[in-house]
Design a protein. Sequence first.
Length: 460
Amino acid sequence: MIVVLDLLGFGIVIPQLGVYGSIFGGSPFVVGLLLSVYSLMQFLFAPVLGRLSDTYGRRPVLLYSLVGSLVGYTLFGLAGTLPLLFASRIVAGIAGANISTAQAYVADVTTPANRAKGMGMIGAAFGIGFVLGPGVGGVLGLYGGNRAIGLAAGGLALVNLLLAFFIVPESRHAGSASAEGSKSLSGVWGRLRLPVVGAVLVLMLVYTTAFSLMEGTFSVYVLTRHLVQHMQVQVSSSLFTLHTNADPEHAREASLKVGYLFLVVGLVSAIIQGGLIGRLKARFGETALAVVGLLTTAVGLGLIPLAPTYGWLFGPATLMAAGSALTNPSLSALASVHAPKDRQGEVLGAYQAMGSLGRILGPAIGGLLFTVVSPGMPYFTAAAMVAVGAFLAFRLWALQSSGRVRSSPKPAAHRSSPSSTASVQIHRGAFASGLSSGHATPVQRLSKSRGSNRNVLRVS
């Protein structure tokens, strides 16, 4: 329940950042930085909070991070200028770095036999937050603007804080696993030489960066290219500022319509993740699903600039949701399955690091392309990048089909539960997280038997 409320508040705010960043005078580039700074703070402070929870316990770190969420959301609600909006995202990013601590808490209170189920509950919480949050945020924005959005999310954080204070005991005990994690860029290059794993890490970086090109600008694109024309609002932009005569009524209508888009995206993702992905994996395998998911995402991204009106955006958004729901869990499973048995933590840490790097760079680059080149350029660029990723995934699938690279082992009913070293790849992105709880999908599959590591995937 605590994780659900936390992520519901997150889902309420995230789709609205582009709207209010623009209304407060920020260019698309500056709006992209709003998303990048959150991911940067989360990346920098996740190991810090992990170390603190190892030293002082999980409970105090979780409580203080909830206080940080309360402050961050309240600042968003009170914001009327860009500096205050940036302050809200910096504080929220630091507080949002508590995911590794939450995972460690689950690991502390579960046994190896039921740990996958516990981690899966965190993934389910992401799904609930990103299905319900955008719609709630859109309605709140319609009637109360950013003040209603921020204060409602802050109210959820306050309820969460009280629940955690009164019902969550300390979980850390002698022998608890470290929560610091291994999400660092320093060891990534060595992992790139591992069979299959190296290709998956490259795919993760390309895909996440491309997707973040879109997510950093999508709300601004909807506002400036589809809504302001209907509202007869004038817009002009420089690298750092956007000038518009939009009033609070325009912002509220934009909040609602952006929320509608994100709501549909969350529903499509939940349907695929909740009912289809397991059966599709069992029938076609992770690599084939990754190819299909990447191609579907590329088509959706490329269609965004071609949509003539707001209503036509639901088609590309649905394609992106479906593609992301197929791609993310497939890539995370491939990374886990093909990692050497004694290097699971290293590989999954490198996988998370590549995703974090993409979420830091992507929104800023997307905003820069939007501002300097054209509003459609982030989406065409992202589509091209994902298409290249689909080609690389197809090469991997072809090598697996020919037997030159070991395929992922099929799930077996008698397989034992994941060990205590199993990891969950979870993060709070913006649109990407909402599109797919695959960004919040437990990486639960550990291979019981590993083939030879002599076959190395070479992509030329």
